[in-house]
Design a protein around this ligand. Structure first.
Ligand code: B16
Ligand code: MG
Length: 216
């Protein structure tokens, strides 16, 4: 029987990829770099600074800025991103998420968040689901990003669950790889892409039942 749930945020609990895209696209434009939605797919699950590095490399400007300048650029992007989240509410939870979290609470299955986003606590608060999570891993404490398993191992331990007894939920390929490398059961969430290595893939949380999932 499985004993804990580890959730990615963006693409699993809510979909803020469109807001990341607007903010990165606008910042990139000020640097003379044009990004499109296909390129934006490659930024999913990637940390803020790694995303900036990818954009600069895409525009052949990887050596154009100092670390301090890059920090200023990343801050500028985040300021716009946070403004775009102003109206985020419970209505922005992805289908089936609220019901699944309620079921997990009823079954006393602890939940934690393994997201690359430094904005995760604020986003979960706006979505009205902060109370369901025993812990949110602080991405500042990580030495490596996804696909490294570090974030998932920390997320499991934070709620007192061994990784082998946990189930991880992810929408990105790098995340599925991290969950599997951590030794967990991986549930992939995507209606459009095949997530290689996922133990189970569904289009949305509406297809999932907590009792069935933990007892399989
Ligand atoms: P922030 P996840 C990730 O969230 C996003 O998918 C990725 O696009 C973003 O760059 C990253 O969080 C960092 O976010 O700038 O808010 O710290 O999928 O790991 O929940
Ligand atoms: Mg994600």
């Amino acid at each position: 029987m499985k004993k804990g749930f580890i959730f990615d945020l963006d693409g699993v609990i809510t979909d803020t990829a469109k807001f990341h895209y607007i903010a990165w696209k606008n910042l990139a434009a000020t640097l003379g770099i044009t990004i499109d939605e296909t390129f934006n797919e490659t930024l999913k699950g990637i940390s803020r600074m790694d995303s900036l590095d990818k954009i600069l490399a895409y525009g052949h400007k990887e050596n154009a800025f100092t670390t301090t300048e890059k920090e200023t650029l990343a801050q500028k992007k985040n300021d716009e991103y946070v403004k775009l989240l102003a109206d985020l509410s419970e209505a922005d939870l992805l289908p089936g998420v609220h019901d699944f979290l309620v079921q997990a609470k009823e079954q006393t299955i602890p939940c934690s968040i393994a997201s690359a986003s430094k904005n995760a606590p604020m986003i979960l608060d706006k979505l009205g689901v902060l109370e369901f999570f025993g812990h949110i891993v602080d991405p500042e404490t990580l030495t490596k990003g996804k696909p490294d398993p570090e974030i998932f191992i920390k997320a499991a331990k934070s709620i007192g669950v061994e990784p082998k007894d946990a189930i991880g939920f992810e929408d990105a390929q790098a995340g599925i790889e991290g969950i599997k490398a951590a030794g967990m059961y991986a549930v992939g969430l995507s209606a459009t892409e095949t997530l290689i290595g996922a133990d189970l893939q569904v289009a949305s949380m509406t297809e999932l039942d907590v009792e069935q999932l933990i007892n399989q």
